[in-house]
Design a protein. Structure first.
Length: 597
C-alpha cells in the first residue's frame, strides 16, 4: 500500500520546491560576480574583535560538470590592529563543501583560492562565509553515447491542466515520482529533468502537443523552450492526433480535416520547426504522429498541402500498432520512419510473451522496411500499468514495470536500431511507463537507459531466408464488397493456401495460411489471419505488393496461390526485383500457378 503521508509531504509549492528538489538548487536572485563583507558574525564568516576583516571573492567558472572542481578566488584583508583567526566556509546551495581557516596578521592581506566539488546538479547559489558570490550551473555528465535516444515527454502536470486528486495527481499512478506532485512549468523541475536526461544519455524529448495556443502549446513554447538550459537537449512535437481531430478514423479526404492538418502544420512551421534546439534527422525537423493508423482517405494529398503550409518537409515518424503490416497504413505513403508508441498489446500478455512479441515485431518491420522505403525506430519501455487511473475509465491488463523488463526491451530495441531509439516514456505516470526517478525504482531506469540504449554497442540482426513478392494489379476497397462498411481496408486477394514446389514437383512448403506458420512470414501487404468454423484465410492488400519470406526458394519450380480475387486483375511474381512470371486472376475463387526461374 503506498505511503500516502509521504505523498502529501511531497506536494511542493513552487517556493518550497526550490529547497526540496534534489540537485535543482533554488534560485535566490540574479548572480553577482563579486562580494564584499566587513562582518559575517551571524553567518559563521570571518570574525574579529574589531570586525576589521574585509573579503572580496568571485567565481572562476559559472558552469561545470558534476564531479568537477568549483574554484572561487579572492582577497582577504585584516584592517585591524591585531591578528585574527579567519574561517572561510565555501557552500553550494547552503551546503558547505570545504572550509579554509588561517590566522591573518594586523594589516595583512592574503590572496585565497577555495575549491570543492558540488555533489548535486542544477543551478545553485555559491557563498563564501555566508556571503553570496554568484551562481553555478552544475550539469550531469553524459555517458559515452553511441546512438541517439529520445523519450516521450508530458508537460501537463499541475494546475490548470492536470490537477487531479486536489493537486495530488500522482495518486493516479502506481508509482510516485521523487519530485512529488510537481508542476511542469516550474523551472527547477524542468532543469532537473534536463539533468536526468543527460545522466541517462537521452538527447531528445518528444513533447505532447494538443494544438495551437493550448495549455500544452504554451508550456512547451514558453516554459520549456524558454528555459535557460533548454538548448542542452533537442525537442520535437508529439502530435496528439485524437486530441486534434476527435474522431476515429480520420478521413483526410474531408475538407474540414484537411484544413485542420494544414493549419496545424503552418503553426508548427512558424513556431517550432526553425528553432535551433528543435530535433532534426537528415537535416529535417522531426514530427511524430501518434496513432497514425487513424488517417484514411487521400492521405498523400492532404499531407502535401500541409507540408506546403509548413514551408518545410518534416522527417515524419508514424506511430502504428506493433507488428502490424507496414503496407496496410496509408500514412506510410508519406512517412519517413515507422515506430510504435506502446508495444504492449494491453491484452494480458505475460512478460516473456511481451519480449517475444517485441522481438518478432521489430524483426518483421526491419525486414519489410526496405520494401516500404521507411526507417524503423524501435521503442523500449519498462512496462505498462494504468490501473490507478480514475479520471479516464479503462480496463487494461497491466504488465508490471521493472528495471529487468526495461533492460530486456532495450536489448531488443537496440538490436533493430540502425538509427535512433525511443523510450516510452520519460514521464507518463498515469500508465506507469515513466523512467523518471520514482520512490519505487529510484534511478534504476536512468541507469538502464544509459547502459543498454545510449552507450551499448550493437550487433546488427542476421537475416536468413528468401523473399518473393506478389505484385497485384488492383486494390479493391472493402466498401465495394460490403456497402455497410464506410472506411475499410484495401484488398487484392483472399489467400487460402500457399504451395511452393521445386522443379521435380515436390512441395517445399504447403501452407494453410490462415493458421500461420513459423517458416513463412508475411512481411507486408497483408492483414492478420482470419477464420470461421469452415475456413481460414488471410487478406492480402493495403498495397499492391505483398512480400512473403520463406526459408528458401528453389532455383526452378512454381508458386501456387489459392483463394478469392475480389475482381479480375493481373498478378506478377518477383524475386530480387526481377519478374519471373505473370498471370491473370479471375473474379471469384480459383488457384493460380506462377513459375520460378
Amino acid at each position: 500500500m503506498p505511503d500516502l503521508s509521504r505523498r502529501r509531504a511531497l506536494k511542493l509549492s513552487s517556493t518550497s520546491l526550490l529547497a526540496a528538489l534534489a540537485g535543482c538548487g533554488g534560485r535566490t536572485g540574479e548572480a553577482k560576480n563579486t562580494s564584499t563583507s566587513e562582518s559575517a558574525t551571524e553567518t559563521g564568516g570571518p570574525t574579529t574583535e574589531e570586525s576589521a576583516v574585509q573579503t572580496e571573492f568571485s567565481l572562476e567558472e559559472s558552469a561545470l560538470l558534476k564531479g568537477g572542481e568549483l574554484v572561487v578566488t579572492g582577497r582577504v584583508e585584516n584592517t585591524g590592529s591585531s591578528s585574527t583567526e579567519v574561517t572561510l566556509p565555501l557552500a553550494v546551495n547552503g551546503r558547505t563543501i570545504t572550509t579554509h581557516s588561517f590566522t591573518l596578521g594586523a594589516g595583512e592581506q592574503r590572496e585565497i583560492t577555495l575549491t570543492g566539488s558540488p555533489t548535486t546538479t542544477g543551478t545553485q547559489p555559491i557563498t563564501v562565509a555566508g556571503t553570496h558570490v554568484g551562481e553555478v550551473v552544475v550539469r550531469a555528465e553524459r555517458p559515452d553515447i553511441v546512438r541517439d535516444v529520445g523519450a516521450h515527454y508530458y508537460p501537463w502536470y499541475g494546475a490548470p491542466l492536470h490537477d487531479y486528486r486536489g493537486g495530488e495527481w500522482s495518486l493516479e499512478s502506481p508509482s510516485t515520482p521523487v519530485l512529488g506532485n510537481y508542476d511542469s512549468t516550474n523551472p527547477d523541475v524542468i532543469e532537473q529533468h534536463i539533468d536526468w536526461c543527460r545522466q541517462a544519455g537521452i538527447s531528445w524529448l518528444n513533447v505532447s502537443w494538443w494544438g495551437r495556443n493550448s495549455g500544452h502549446d504554451r508550456r512547451f513554447r514558453e516554459d520549456i523552450l524558454g528555459h535557460p538550459r533548454s538548448d542542452e537537449l533537442d525537442w520535437s512535437v508529439l502530435y496528439e492526433t485524437v486530441g486534434q481531430f476527435g474522431v476515429d478514423p480520420i478521413d483526410l479526404s474531408d475538407e474540414t480535416n484537411q484544413r485542420q492538418l494544414v493549419n496545424d502544420f503552418e503553426y508548427l512551421g512558424e513556431h517550432y520547426f526553425d528553432r535551433d534546439s528543435y530535433k532534426r534527422i537528415d537535416g529535417r525537423p522531426v514530427l511524430y504522429i501518434w496513432v497514425a493508423r487513424l488517417f484514411h482517405g487521400d492521405v498523400a494529398a492532404a499531407y502535401e498541402a500541409a507540408v506546403e503550409a509548413a514551408g518545410v518537409r518534416p522527417y515524419l515518424i508514424a506511430s502504428v500498432p506493433a507488428a502490424s503490416g507496414l503496407g496496410t497504413h496509408p500514412i506510410l505513403e508519406v512517412a519517413d520512419a515507422v515506430t510504435t508508441y506502446n508495444p504492449y498489446t494491453v491484452s494480458g500478455r505475460t512478460a516473456d510473451e511481451f519480449i517475444d512479441d517485441l522481438q518478432s515485431g521489430y524483426e518483421k518491420w526491419y525486414r519489410s522496411s526496405e520494401y516500404v522505403g521507411v526507417d524503423v525506430i524501435p521503442t523500449a519501455m519498462p512496462g505498462f500499468d494504468d490501473t490507478e487511473l480514475t479520471h479516464d475509465q479503462r480496463d487494461n491488463v497491466p504488465l508490471e514495470p521493472s528495471a529487468e523488463r526495461y533492460e530486456r526491451s532495450a536489448d531488443v530495441a537496440r538490436h533493430y536500431a540502425d538509427g535512433p531509439v525511443l523510450v516510452t516514456s520519460f514521464n507518463e505516470w498515469y500508465e506507469d511507463t515513466a523512467i523518471e526517478p520514482s520512490e519505487d525504482h529510484g534511478e534504476a531506469y536512468l541507469d538502464v537507459t544509459a547502459e543498454a540504449l545510449a552507450a551499448a554497442e550493437r550487433s546488427p540482426p542476421t537475416i536468413d531466408g528468401e523473399t518473393f513478392v506478389l505484385s497485384f494489379g488492383k486494390l479493391i476497397a472493402e466498401s465495394e464488397m460490403n456497402p455497410d462498411i464506410e472506411n475499410g481496408r484495401q484488398f487484392s486477394f483472399m489467400l487460402d493456401e500457399l504451395t511452393i514446389r521445386d522443379d521435380d514437383g515436390q512441395a517445399r512448403i504447403d501452407l494453410d495460411v490462415g493458421t500461420g506458420s513459423e517458416t513463412v512470414e508475411f512481411l507486408l501487404g497483408s492483414y492478420g489471419p482470419e477464420s470461421t468454423e469452415e475456413n481460414t484465410w488471410r487478406w492480402l492488400g493495403g498495397q499492391r505488393d505483398t512480400a512473403i519470406d520463406v526459408p528458401s526458394l528453389p532455383d526452378a519450380g512454381e508458386i501456387e496461390i489459392s483463394g478469392l480475387a475480389p475482381a479480375e486483375m493481373d498478378v506478377a511474381l518477383k524475386v530480387d526485383g526481377d519478374v519471373h512470371d505473370k498471370t491473370t486472376l479471375a473474379e471469384g475463387s480459383g488457384s493460380y500457378r506462377l513459375e520460378l526461374g
